[in-house]
Structures are given as structure tokens and as C-alpha cells.
Ligand binder design. Structure first.
Ligand code: PLP
Length: 376
């Protein structure tokens, strides 16, 4: 049932066996870098290359073979994924533009895809509690899934996160701890917590989450009848989403369902753009920056190297937009019926700045009701 053969380090390239990674409270390589799941693609090919797979409507768990779950009957689902791929000609330029509208997930952002898998892992490892650091959306998502599964949830939140998001996290009954400092400080606190509380499971941008997040990419290909778009434009915070989308397209081509990988475009906001900086300057490390918060203000992104690889290996681009451009993109999308929070409009703002010929998919990542900054 599980086709994972190992976890490969993004920085030093070392491959760990799954058992070795699964028993770590903080699932990372010794060198400190994030790791990436490697699968037995031949076996996956055997289970999915059936007509039935190609025909079933796209939903998150349709792609279970590409996720590290041991017992599918124990998975936790609240109907995440299966989100619409919207086309509105007024929003496009010369080519075709699709908006992948992730706001319609159960808690209003794409984070629910990763949470669904992380909760399945927490139950598999028989944990009673999940702990994480969050700038808001992931906290709300984990709090909901933990509550649904009957687990406790503890969220470490940087002191600059907006009130709506904290309210949503608390509504699901999670314990919230406001941390003085930015996301990196909150993350350190969450990691320290699980090290001294062995009944707790650390969630966040560790390998399970990105494996669950890949289903955004599978769905995009599936919804385009297995035609690969020319560009996919993605906002970058910790870099998990952009890496997962790239990885999804790479895996689809590895199992022979598609024959190319789209150019992946990463977009960050000017005052917190460490991945764009590394890309523009040809660096092989991410230089952390201090930041003020939005949903994508991650000064030292956990999956920063992975994001950089997704952009480089796909022949993509990394671009910056200003806060003003993000807000104006938010307003334009809303006036055409698609309401997202400012971070959720960053990809569309990036699309408006560049000439991208052919078919383009922009990620609209979080619901407008989550952060109504600047709206009267
Ligand atoms: C989490 C989030 C992002 C960024 O995703 P990463 O995986 O951290 O790069 C973008 N937009 C919204 C609304 C988010 O919640």
C-alpha cells in the first residue's frame, strides 16, 4: 500500500530510509535541511494507469498512491481538494488563464490538503496531540482537522498575526500561544515543545505536508484533461506549495501520464522575498530576512531550497510584487467574482507583471474573508 522508498535531503543529497525519518520527532536530515519523499514509481504506475483512474473526478484522495499512507481506511477527510479551476476571460491577457480557487477548501485555504495527510500520520503514530507554528491558515486548518479527528492541537503564533485568523483557530478549540517574534521563532518553540512532549506530533512544513499538498498539481493536470499548462504561478511563503506542485507534475511525467513539466513561477512580496533574492543572484542557499507578517511572510523558509529547485529545474522565474500590487490584484479578482485574501492574490499580481504566453494557471490560495485588509 505504501510506495515510499526513502527520503532524500534537499541540501546534502543523503537518502534516509522511511523508518529512519518516521521515528524522528523533527523529520529532517542531520544537516538541518528538509527531505523529499521518493517513491517506487513502477508500482504506482501499475495501480493508477487504469482507465478508471483517468476518468474518476478529481478529488484529493484520488491520488492516494502518491501519498505515504499505510492504511487508507483510517484516513481523515473533510472533503478537502477537488477545488474548481476557473476561467474568466476578463482576467486574462492574450493566452488562456485559469485560476485554481483553493478558498473553497473546508477551512478556506489549500492547507487542508496537507492537514488531511498529517492527521492521518498522527493517528498512525498513535499521537494524542498535534503541535505547530503558524502564521494563521495552517493553524486554522490543523485545528479543524485535529478537532474533527478528536485530537488536541497547540498552535504557536507570531505576535503579528491578524485577529480573524486567531479567532478561527480558537473557534476549533485549539490552544493558542502567542510568541514574541516572527514565524521562525514560533517554529523553534513548536519544535522544542514536541521534543519534550512525546505524545505530540509536529506538523507544519515537514515532509508529510508537502506530500499531501501535491494533490493541487495532480488536480490541475486532471482538470485540463491531462494537458500540462505552459506556466503555473504560485505564491511562495515557506515554499512547500510551489515545491509540491512542481513535484506533482514531475511525478505525473515519471509514471507516463503526462509528457512535460510546466514552467513554475514563484511570486513573493517585496518586503519578504528571500527566494526571489536567491534566484536573482544565483545563490545556492537562502539568506534569511527579518519580516513583518502576512500569510506568506516566512523570512527563513523551510522549503526555500526546494522552491528554488522547482523554479530552476522547470525553467521558471521568481518575481516580486509590491503590497500595493497584491491588493490591487485582490480587488480585480474580487470584482470578477473571485474573493481571496491579499496573500492569495500574489500569484495573479505576478501574472499581471509578466508576459506569459500560452496556458497559465494562477493559484488563488486563501479565502477573502480571512483577511480583509483595506476593505471598508
Ligand atoms: C500558506 C499560504 C501560502 C504560502 O504557501 P507556502 O507553502 O508556505 O509557500 C500562500 N497563500 C496562502 C493564503 C497561504 O495560506
Amino acid at each position: 500500500m505504501v510506495y515510499v522508498t526513502g527520503f532524500k535531503c534537499f541540501r546534502c543529497g543523503r537518502t534516509h530510509n522511511p523508518h529512519e525519518i518516521e521515528k524522528l520527532p523533527i523529520p529532517r536530515c542531520e544537516c538541518g535541511s528538509a527531505v523529499d519523499a521518493v517513491y517506487d514509481y513502477k508500482s504506482i504506475q501499475k495501480v493508477i494507469l487504469r482507465d478508471e483512474f483517468m476518468r474518476t473526478p478529481p478529488t484529493h484522495w484520488k491520488y492516494w498512491a502518491f501519498m505515504p499512507v499505510k492504511d487508507l481506511s483510517k484516513r481523515i477527510t473533510m472533503g478537502e481538494g477537488g477545488t474548481p479551476l476557473l476561467e474568466n476571460k476578463r482576467l486574462s491577457k492574450d493566452g488562456r488563464l485559469f485560476i485554481k480557487y483553493e478558498a473553497v477548501n473546508p477551512t478556506g485555504s489549500f492547507k487542508d490538503r496537507g492537514s488531511s495527510l498529517e492527521i492521518a500520520k498522527a493517528l498512525e503514530f498513535k499521537k494524542h496531540k498535534v503541535a505547530l507554528a503558524s502564521t494563521g491558515n495552517m493553524g486554522a486548518s490543523m485545528a479543524a482537522y485535529a478537532a474533527f479527528a478528536g485530537l488536541e492541537c497547540k498552535v504557536f503564533i507570531p505576535d503579528i498575526v491578524g485577529r480573524e485568523k486567531i479567532t478561527q483557530i480558537k473557534a476549533y478549540g485549539a490552544e493558542t500561544i502567542i510568541v514574541e517574534g516572527d514565524y521562525s521563532v514560533a517554529m523553534k518553540r513548536a519544535e522544542e515543545y514536541v521534543l519534550s512532549n512525546s505524545d505530540s506530533f509536529l506538523t507544519g512544513d515537514y515532509p508529510w505536508r508537502s506530500e499531501g499538498t501535491k494533490t493541487v498539481g495532480f488536480e490541475i493536470a486532471d482538470q485540463l484533461y491531462w494537458h500540462v499548462p505552459d506556466y503555473v504561478v504560485v505564491p511562495v511563503g515557506n515554499g512547500t506549495l510551489i515545491w509540491s506542485i512542481y513535484e506533482a507534475f514531475r511525478e505525473l511525467s515519471l509514471v507516463g501520464i503526462t509528457d512535460k513539466i510546466p514552467h513554475i513561477i514563484g511570486v513573493q512580496v517585496e518586503n519578504c522575498a528571500p527566494v526571489v533574492h536567491a534566484w536573482e543572484n544565483g545563490l545556492s542557499e537562502i539568506i534569511p530576512v527579518r519580516t513583518i507578517a502576512t500569510a506568506i511572510a516566512c523570512g527563513d523558509p523551510i522549503d526555500g531550497l526546494a522552491a528554488l529547485r522547482a523554479i530552476r529545474d522547470s525553467g521558471g522565474l521568481a518575481i516580486k510584487v509590491s503590497d500595493g500590487e497584491a491588493l490591487s490584484a485582490r480587488d480585480t479578482l474580487a470584482r470578477n467574482g473571485i474573493f481571496v485574501e491579499p496573500s492569495g492574490a500574489v500569484a495573479y499580481a505576478g501574472f499581471l507583471k509578466k508576459e506569459l504566453p500560452g496556458t497559465v494557471v494562477c493559484l488563488a490560495t486563501g479565502h477573502g474573508l480571512k483577511d480583509m485588509y483595506g476593505l471598508a
